[in-house]
Design a protein. Sequence first.
Lengths: 155, 492
Amino acid sequence: VSRDRWSAAGLALLAIVYLVIARRYPLDTLATPGPGVMPLIAGVALFATAISIFIVAITARPARDAGGLSETGAAPTRPIESSRALSSPLVLAAALVLYAALLPRLGFIASSFALVVLGSRLMGARGWWRPVALALGVTVAAHLLFARWLGVPLP
Amino acid sequence: VSELFVALTPANLLACFVGTVLGTIVGVLPGLGPAGAMALVLPLTIKLGPTAGLIMLAGIYYGAMYGGSTTSILVNVPGEAASVVTTIDGYRLARKGRAGAALAIAAIASFFAGTVSVIALQVAAPLVARAALAFGPAEYFAFALLGLLLLANLTGGSRAKSLAMVLVGVMLSTVGMDPLGGTVRFTFDLAGAQGGLSFVAVTTGLFGVAEVLASMTEPAAATPVARVKFRELYPSREELRRSFPPMLRGTVLGFLVGLVPGPAATIASFVSYGIEKKVSRYRRELGTGAIEGVAGPEAANNAAAGGGMIPLLSLGLPFTPSTAVLLSGMLLMGVTPGPFLLRDHPGVFWGVIGSFYVGNVMLLLLNLPLVGVFARVATIPPRYLMPGVLVLCAVAAYSDNNNVFDVWVMIAAGIAGWAMRALDFSPAPLVLGLVLGPVLERSLLQALTIARGEIGGLWASGPAAVMLAAALGALVAPGLTALLRRTATQRA
């Protein structure tokens, strides 16, 4: 639950930054409301919600956190155990940032090829044969389907 | 109603076929859900034109509901959220050697509920649309607000966290041109942000990239899949007879739950299981491998998928991530869902509804014989599958505006979504806040203008007042009951 305190603080900070930027946009009058009205409402509401998450997080007793069915059904979150479990998604996240940066320079085929090879290696594929074959297949298929057939002007 | 047969042209049948097959595969694969998959194929469907494109998207939506149950029964891994309950009795039936029967009953229940809910949809949607013609900005504001608050209550997990995600979504929706005056907001002088953040980019990031990142920290499940022979697919007469009442209850319940904003299909399946535990004649057997535990929830989640189409088709307001993707698909194809859809694009409206009938039949025909093939798909190791998903996400995000900026948005959303998952925040409310944010803003400002600045104008009409009161209740009631319960336990 201590994680909740931090995420609540983060959300509150987000709301404050958002509200500060939103001050640039005029509220005007109630009869002719301006572009600043909705951001003001949304920002204040998020701030209030963040405060309530924070209060719940510091007053909650540990016993109440146990159990409970995750109804959203999204993969049940497990605490991240070791730094090793965290490192490979972080490497992939960095690779994705690099991918977006290289996309306009190297073009779609070359950068996607590199991304797939790296991605499948990070996820535990061994050797180079299969990742390279996979990357070749995926990028060429995507290029044929989207760039050739559908006419998407891929970089 | 002859337009219903629009769905039967060869091109549309093919679109329906491709959609249902893709949907089944997506349903079978854990991780990638229907909303992410639909966002992935958006560029493809736009090329197909409105009717065929929407038929394909709808096929994915329905197909995922079918496919999700296959792995629940065979491998004890739910393909998506709405078939989590099916694992309880479905997997135990498989262990007893009745996997074939459980799969067949799941397919039959899905088919039955899907078809009944489409009939109800066909009758109800035009009626709701006609009623909605009387809706002004104040009513739309009240309805969208009520929907978002109910959604935050029903998403599961922490209510405040869901509400926070709705609000972050609304905040993200204010990026770009404002809906009335044309003031450019929160773009930080980035040209790509002027038209607002791409919905496709945010969705592929939150549901695609984030899933890929999350899958890397999860241990790979290497469960052998039992082979199911075609002969074993026949349920016994006893099993068929016992399945019918829960199927019927699940259908009615699911359709009604589908009308309510929130992850309706998931909730409907849980509620159906709960009801079977109370009323079924065989309730003692539930949990040990009873066919009722498959028939009821599987009917309920498919019926809910049909019910969820009503607010989308007749009001233009989506309340699930999947229908939100359908909405953005429609808008990209120049079709505005809402009260005028039936009048302006009858071919699209009836074509999509007709495709639901066809899709249900196709899914039944596909799923019974090919169940083993689809179950195999679930065993493809993620290391070969996920990198391809990443590339598809990038293509989908890029092609929304042919802009690398959207790829950046997708990657940011993906990394944020991964962090959100780790911190127990659900991405679905954020996506709906993003979609409904502009509706909220436009209707609020218009309603205020119409009322000449009187805030009372927001609740001047009966329907608006009722919906706003309900919204207030949705906001306050859960907190109040929690408070009462806490004081009660302290006294005890």
